[in-house]
Design a protein around this ligand. Structure first.
Ligand code: BV8
Ligand code: ZN
Length: 254
């Protein structure tokens, strides 16, 4: 079922949604000009994921990996949050509990004003030292080829979670808690193939949440979603927010 029909379960679900959890993937940032990973023009169509976003890939090709991250940081420096990011930030300010769980490393949810954000896969703007493990936010001053060096002399890597690496414990625990306790779970712009993030929509569904999928394409979760919106996030998310606002105000007047 795509778009809205005024059927009772949908209206009832929106009216009683006090605790909302949102999972976002690269698709929510597509309209900010950031390439997705697997969609049209996806970054990885030119490369295989393991060559770039993994420790083995980094150790084998440190300069290529840093060229890729520097390219993404360059594109990100010109990117702005889009109407989907903005609607989620506004929605959070009106809702009792509203958690944005993101697989993205672009920081655009916080840039849009979202406060309760769980960055499952880290943040591309942070560097971390392979030797002393300290995080470095300031600009490096020394390089080994294209690889920036820490003040301790160790090689720096982007502060993101690579394939084969564990997600930050607190992030995945917060994400699972939000999925288990929310009334409504909205999955936006993710191909729902990268685990453990991809397990969150199903966890929410199994705990009785009303689930919504916003994605122009089908995903492995589509068949379980209560509401599907086959359209870009920049159009769908503001409409979802408006529908929730209308129904929750109507509830308060009853
Ligand atoms: C882990 C950070 C425990 C880096 C990313 C074999 C060996 C090792 C591991 C595994 C293995 N088999 C499986 C695994 C687990 C692996 C995994 O799931 N692999 C998949 C590919 C099968 N997961 C891991 O390794 C995770 N760690 O499991 O640790 C462990 C340890 C050792 C051994 C085993 C297990 C770590 C995963 C994190 C990897 N890091 N990113 C960086 O960004 O550089 S993942 C990367 O993919 C991004 O974070 C991205 O978010 C994520 C998922 O992609 P999506 O966000 O969904 O983006 P995608 O392009 O795929 O889809 C975009 C969607 O948007 C599309 O559907 C498109 O239609 C839609 N769209 C397009 N435009 C719009 C739109 N939607 C709305 N509006 C639009 N306008
Ligand atoms: Zn160091």
């Amino acid at each position: 079922m795509s778009g809205f029909t005024n059927d009772a379960p949908l209206v009832a679900a929106f009216a009683k949604a006090h605790r909302i959890a949102v999972l976002t993937g690269a698709g929510v940032s597509a309209e900010s000009g950031l390439s997705t990973f697997r969609g049209q023009g996806g970054i990885w169509q030119k490369f295989r994921a393991e060559e770039l976003a993994s420790m083995d890939g980094f150790l084998a090709n440190p300069d290529i990996v840093w060229e890729w991250y520097n390219y993404r940081r360059e594109v990100l420096s010109k990117a702005k949050p889009n109407p989907a990011h903005a609607a989620l930030a506004e929605w959070e300010s009106e809702c009792e509990e509203f958690t944005v769980i993101t697989q993205n490393v672009d920081g655009l949810h916080r840039a849009a004003g979202s406060m309760d954000v769980v960055e499952l896969h880290g943040n591309i703007t942070i560097n971390r030292c392979l030797s002393c493990d300290q995080e470095m936010r300031e600009q490096p001053t020394r390089w080994e080829g294209k690889v920036p060096l820490c003040s301790c002399g160790g090689r720096l890597r982007p502060g993101v979670v690579w394939f084969g690496e564990m997600l930050p414990e607190d992030a995945i625990m917060r994400a699972i808690h939000a999925a288990e306790t929310c009334d409504m779970f909205i999955s936006i712009g993710t191909s729902t193939v990268v685990y453990p993030a991809a397990s969150l929509p199903m966890i929410a569904a199994e705990h009785g949440a009303y689930t919504v999928e916003v994605n122009p394409d089908e995903t492995p979760f589509s068949r379980y979603a209560n509401l599907i919106m086959r359209e870009p996030a920049g159009e769908a998310v503001p409409r979802l927010h408006e529908l929730w606002r209308k129904e929750s105000m109507a509830r308060n007047e009853r």
